[in-house]
Design a protein around this ligand. Structure first.
Ligand SMILES: *[C@@H]1O[C@H](CO)[C@@H](O)[C@H](O)[C@H]1NC(C)=O
Ligand SMILES: *[C@@H]1O[C@H](CO)[C@@H](O)[C@H](O)[C@H]1NC(C)=O
Ligand SMILES: *[C@@H]1O[C@H](CO)[C@@H](O)[C@H](O)[C@H]1NC(C)=O
Length: 429
């Protein structure tokens, strides 16, 4: 067994810890651990709309040791706790501007502190940090000039958890963006980077989470499902009924973030009431995405159906000190969100998450992002573009906007995507 894991490590070492320095990335590394570097940039990307602050985030990054996930957790927890004390101070909470800015940041720091709590499903921090972030976030959205609210959408088998952000207090039909998250991040993570910029431009927004995603996974114990139209169709039903006074049915956009690039595309092949589809970025074949980093040895165990040996080897790999943070995190988050303890089973599930034979059923304009430094879903946006041809526009973000999902560069993402939506929806005003 050992030999399998060790040779696996030899392969993985190529994509290892010090990549932030060696890969010549376009931004100054805030951690020598490339995965922590990405996570810290994600937090700092929330700065423009109250989701974080610069020096406190850099101070947290100073207290993080590359490869040490507990140090990452603690650094963000301490910042979250410290900021929460300020939010609770009645003198500071004298007006709604302070209230929402402070609580949005508290929520975001607690979410960051939760990133690596997946090794043990009974780790109480999985729920306690989440409750902290949710309470903080709800205080922030209640203090917005136009308050947002949570909506639970029961379906057959699970409940979708959504947040409705109306553009204004006036009842008027407007273009509306339905925003779906991906593999790990929360719908709350979209607020600073995409929801607030959409509201500022006159859109209504509904974010939502289905099985496998943060709130449904915690509250209902449900893992991901491949047939994501079971999530999107009830969401569209809701906005065209309960929210019909607000939603312009001819200008309804569906957005998929990261792994949402698979989920929302899959749903759009079955749900035809949307007007445009935005994939950031494309995911054609999830099994290909997650099996590419496997060594030849591990792949052989997987293909020959040796579940026990495969599971043991992956467990050993995740335990090994030298294994890159990205791999440890990806496996632990994958098992938790797909609700299985067996990596072998997880890979069998992933085979179903592909767009083969489905793209012809998507008949609305499609916009796809790709990034010069895309590492998670490298090459996938091009596969989706190839399958969709002229119906899809592929935008390559490069340089400092070229990380996975334009992390840290949501302003550039906004410039590009809202200009495209403006044309695609022929939006007046
Ligand atoms: C949170 O911060 C407060 C005040 O700064 C401190 O007294 C408390 O011990 C902290 N809690 C934890 C769990 O660290
Ligand atoms: C794609 O997913 C379908 C089920 O949704 C599955 O039957 C098929 O085998 C998968 N195709 C590939 C190439 O993995
Ligand atoms: C980045 O994209 C712009 C616009 O498409 C292009 O002009 C430029 O050459 C690209 N830079 C790199 C490094 O690919």
């Amino acid at each position: 067994m050992k030999s399998v894991a060790l040779s696996t490590f030899a392969i993985l070492a190529a994509t290892s810890l010090t990549r932030a320095q060696s890969e010549n990335l376009p931004t100054y590394p805030v951690s020598d651990d490339v995965t922590f570097n990405f996570d810290i940039l994600s937090t700092m990307g929330q700065i423009p709309n109250d989701g974080a602050d610069v020096s406190p985030s850099l101070e947290a990054s100073n207290n993080i040791t590359p490869g040490d996930r507990e140090s990452f957790t603690l650094a963000w927890f301490n910042l979250a706790n410290k900021t929460k004390q300020q939010a609770l101070d009645p003198e500071i909470a004298y007006d709604p501007v302070n209230v929402r800015a402070t609580w949005f940041s508290v929520a975001s720091y607690f979410r960051r502190a939760d990133t690596y709590n997946r090794a043990d499903w009974n780790d109480p921090r999985i729920n306690s940090y989440w409750e902290e972030q949710q309470e903080a976030f709800d205080k922030a959205i209640a203090a917005l000039p136009v308050p947002a609210r949570r909506i639970a959408i029961p379906t057959d088998g699970f409940t979708i958890e959504a947040i409705w952000y109306p553009h204004s207090n006036n009842i008027e039909r407007r273009p509306t963006i339905l925003m779906g998250q991906g593999f790990d991040a929360a719908q709350e993570d979209l607020y600073a980077t995409f929801v607030a910029p959409a509201l500022q431009r006159g859109y209504h927004v509904l974010t939502f989470e289905g099985p496998g995603q943060n709130k449904p996974r915690r509250d209902q114990g449900v893992g991901f499902i491949p047939d994501w139209e079971r999530v999107v169709t009830p969401v569209v039903d809701l906005v065209l009924s309960d929210l019909a006074d607000y939603v312009d049915p001819d200008r309804l956009v569906l957005y998929g973030h990261s792994f949402g690039g698979y989920l929302e595309a899959r749903a759009a092949a079955f749900e035809h009431r949307i007007s445009a589809l935005v994939l950031n970025g494309g995911v054609y074949d999830s099994f290909m995405v997650y099996s590419t980093p496997l060594s030849d040895d591990l792949r052989q165990l997987l293909e020959s159906g040796e579940q026990e040996r495969f599971d043991e080897s992956v467990a050993e790999l995740v335990q090994a000190e030298e294994t890159p943070t990205q791999i440890k995190w990806g496996v632990e988050q994958g098992l938790w969100s797909f609700n299985t303890h067996s990596p072998f089973e997880w890979f069998q599930m992933l085979r179903e998450y592909n767009l083969t034979g489905l793209t012809d059923n998507i008949q609305v304009p499609v916009w796809l992002a790709d990034g010069e430094f895309e590492d998670v879903n490298a090459g996938q946006s091009q596969l989706v573009k190839d399958a969709m041809g002229d119906r899809a526009e592929l935008h390559l973000f490069n340089g400092s906007a070229g990380y996975h999902c334009q992390t840290g560069a949501s302003q550039e993402f906004g410039r590009v995507i809202f200009a495209w939506l403006n044309k695609a929806l022929n939006k007046e005003a």
